[in-house]
Design a protein around this ligand. Sequence first.
Ligand SMILES: *Cc1c(COP(=O)(O)O)cnc(C)c1O
Length: 360
Amino acid sequence: MPLKVHPDIASLSSYVPGKPIEELQRELGLARVIKLASNENPLGPSPKALAALSEGTATLHRYPDGGAFRLREALADRLKVTVDQVILGNGSDEILGLLARAFLAPGDEAVMADQTFVIYKMEVTAAHGKPIVVPLKQWRHNLQAMGDAITDRTRLLFLCNPNNPTGTMVSADEVEYLLSRVPTHVVVVFDEAYFEYVQNPQFPDSIAYVKQGRSVIVLRTFSKIYGLAGLRIGYGVATAEITNFLNRIRPPFNTNSLAQRAALAALGDDEHVARSRAVIEAGMEQMVKGLTALGFAPIPSEANFVYVDVGRDGRAVFEAMLREGVIIRHIEGRMVRVTIGLEEENREFLAALKRVLHPH
Ligand SMILES: *Cc1c(COP(=O)(O)O)cnc(C)c1O
């Protein structure tokens, strides 16, 4: 008998992650592979997090603290909110799923940009909601149009800031204009996975909107600047009313004990964060200069990656770069996204790209 899968699930295709380094090494027999595909921290994890991890292994027979009290307390202290306003997820990805399941009844709408982080559409569809997709304007969220897209059925509005894959941001003024138009039955999701990299003074203080009691949630992660993507841990900050609903469907041990320990240590490692920021700042300058010299116009980015029109089929460029041992990300059409790496990784990326573009 054929499987009777829900049509919403049947409509989805699997998420395609950045290719792992070992897989490409195996496939092409390459000794050295550079991965600039998943916006990971090229310096690796905080050394303090690594030390905390080894200390945590002796108690692995115990269940983790399901409430993750110490980590939530440290986050609450740092952000000047209460502990019950902080929720942890198995990566902030998991919190996106909790939001979709908590707030969307079948047919309810969630407003999001195109292009933006692909997980929003996936989670909304999986929760039987309806993604309402609003095109970017000059590579940035079009907050006017997103505000216009809100209806009585809207429950969620996703604002990826800075936006993945474009690296662009929306300012405090623009966000406040949007918030002034958003009815209280809509939860605005500020996905700030790259928050710690942003230097622009116009960037909104989204935690302040939480403190004002607005219906917003701010999502951040330990996967990016903190260098802990493999451990899977991220957090949300919202009104206690919102976190209370999410906690009702959160799996009780959704973040593991090692992830909680490592995240707590990484949060206190200001030196690692500062060093990571400096590497990306210098690397961004190097990449933009190099890409410009090759005749491209990378979109100005606030994050640790650049989005660039390579002037030809981006998939072919992505595949040719794989044969050079460099993993980047093809997004669509002529657009590729490249994570900023270490100085020599950026240099090798630019040299490989030059060989791919001018093979003779
Ligand atoms: C990387 C990323 C995340 C979250 O990643 P987790 O590893 O699940 O915490 C969330 N949103 C965006 C836009 C990202 O790029």
